[in-house]
Design a protein around this ligand. Structure first.
Ligand SMILES: [Zn+2]
Length: 436
């Protein structure tokens, strides 16, 4: 039986993953089948809370191999490879609904929803919700079709995300271990040893997005007053408990492993065609206007792709990444991935690949007069040259040119860790996949 929920948190606190740990704690008679799933949805939709992540947990009577998936208080939580359906799911639903109501921050714009089903919704729901905007009606129809039970509070917008999380069929996947704080420390400064976080990439190469070397900042801990102490993401689930243990920190109240779609680029639409704001696209083309820096430090260039001109932007918080964008020139061929914003209409760069550099020439010397062998005089940047002695004129093209030494090489470039999307595939994962 799948139990999914979403939209319980606000910017002022809580976290839907914490509710997942509370559900597992409260649902005593049943086991976890597989790992709980933390599913991130379209980061470009305007009504998201912090991370736009929904949760789905499968409960049943565990069978087969079991592995340690977490610890809540003194209790070890195991995940089973497979399981049998519970005989009675009424308790499951009523416990879920009660916890949803107890923990959701409905007084602070949360709009929680809970869905329970034996049958998974169509994966089409997931793809729509991770890439575009999904209509409530499409979700309700699908829930009717599969005979799911659902409950929503304060509008129940969370039913949409919950259904999407349940419908996720991973083709690419990563894992995250989340460690939670003691209740009394929620809202206070987190105590995490920075040096240990810095070493994560080296000690556990399968982990990613740990430390932001550009801004010298810990990237595994949130800045909000939520119950999370830190979360470590990686490609190998078996490395994560050890990676977690390598971080010296304040006492952990509980921890849990999740299967996620983080770092997969599932939100990116590759197909050519119309571009609607509120989605993330991948497109290739030529730069038709050299990058320029706007007041406020944002860097903007124009790309000609799929028969239209798109303004691409690297915003100020992306710091050093903007230097790479500035090194691009009119005529360069690039592939970009970014979210299309409505106002101003720009593609907000998540990463780019420089495919081909234009051979950029610069004038290094004026031509010499073929008659007098004297250096000719320039008549202005658009006009040609004239000999001071005999008055002979020559074209602009007769000057001596040399290729400009470029400050960037072909390849992928991404913004620093702290400014990346949850869903954005880090280059570290792309390289690993190329090697396979
Ligand atoms: Zn001359």
């Amino acid at each position: 039986m799948f139990l999914a929920f979403d939209d319980t948190d606000s910017t002022k606190g809580m976290c839907t993953t914490f509710l997942a740990t509370e559900m597992i704690r409260a649902i005593d008679g049943l086991d976890l089948i597989g790992l709980p799933r933390l599913v991130r949805l379209n980061p470009a939709v305007p009504w998201k809370t912090r991370g736009n992540g929904a949760l789905c947990i499968r409960f049943g009577k565990g069978k087969g191999r079991r592995t340690l998936a977490g610890r809540i208080g003194r209790k070890s939580i195991f995940s089973f490879d497979r399981g049998e359906e519970p005989e009675d799911s009424n308790d499951l639903f009523s416990i879920g609904a009660e916890l949803l109501s107890n923990w959701s921050r409905v007084e602070e714009e949360a709009s929680p929803g809970l869905v329970m089903s034996k049958v998974k919704p169509s994966p089409a729901i997931y793809w729509q919700a991770v890439r575009r905007v999904i209509e409530r009606e499409m979700v309700e129809n699908e829930l009717d079709r599969i005979g799911a039970r659902s409950i929503g509070l304060c509008g129940g917008r969370g039913i949409i995300g919950a259904t999407a999380a349940m419908s996720w069929v991973p083709h690419d996947r990563t894992y995250e271990v989340l460690a939670y704080r003691k209740r009394g420390r929620w809202g206070s400064q987190r105590k995490i040893t920075k040096e240990d976080v810095k070493l994560l990439d080296e000690r556990f190469p399968s982990t990613f997005n740990n430390y932001d070397h550009d801004s010298d900042a810990v990237a595994i801990a949130p800045h909000s007053p939520c119950p999370i102490l830190f979360g470590i993401r990686g490609d190998k689930v078996e490395d994560l408990p050890m990676a977690m243990a390598s971080i010296r920190s304040e006492a952990k109240d509980r921890w849990l492993l999740y299967l996620t779609n983080q770092g997969t680029d599932d939100h990116v639409i590759s197909v050519a065609g119309g571009l609607d704001p509120g989605s993330t696209y991948r497109m290739s083309g030529n730069i038709v206007r050299t990058p320029r820096t706007l007041p406020g430090g944002h860097v903007l260039f124009q790309l000609s792709a799929n028969g239209s001109i798109v303004d691409c932007a690297a915003y100020e918080p992306s710091k050093g990444f903007r230097g790479k964008v500035r090194a691009l020139q009119e005529g360069d061929k690039v592939q970009v991935i970014g979210e299309l914003r409505e106002q101003p209409r720009t593609l907000n760069l998540e990463k780019f690949e420089l495919l081909e550099l234009v051979d950029l020439k610069e004038k290094v010397a004026n031509p010499r007069c073929p008659e007098c062998d004297k250096s000719m005089q320039s008549l202005g940047s658009e006009a040609g040259f004239r000999c001071r002695k005999c008055g002979r004129k020559e074209d602009r093209s007769k000057a001596e040119f040399a290729s400009v030494v470029r400050k960037i090489e072909p390849g992928w470039y991404e913004p620093p860790v702290c400014t990346r999307r949850h869903l954005s595939k880090p280059l570290k994962r792309m390289v690993a996949r190329h090697r396979c």
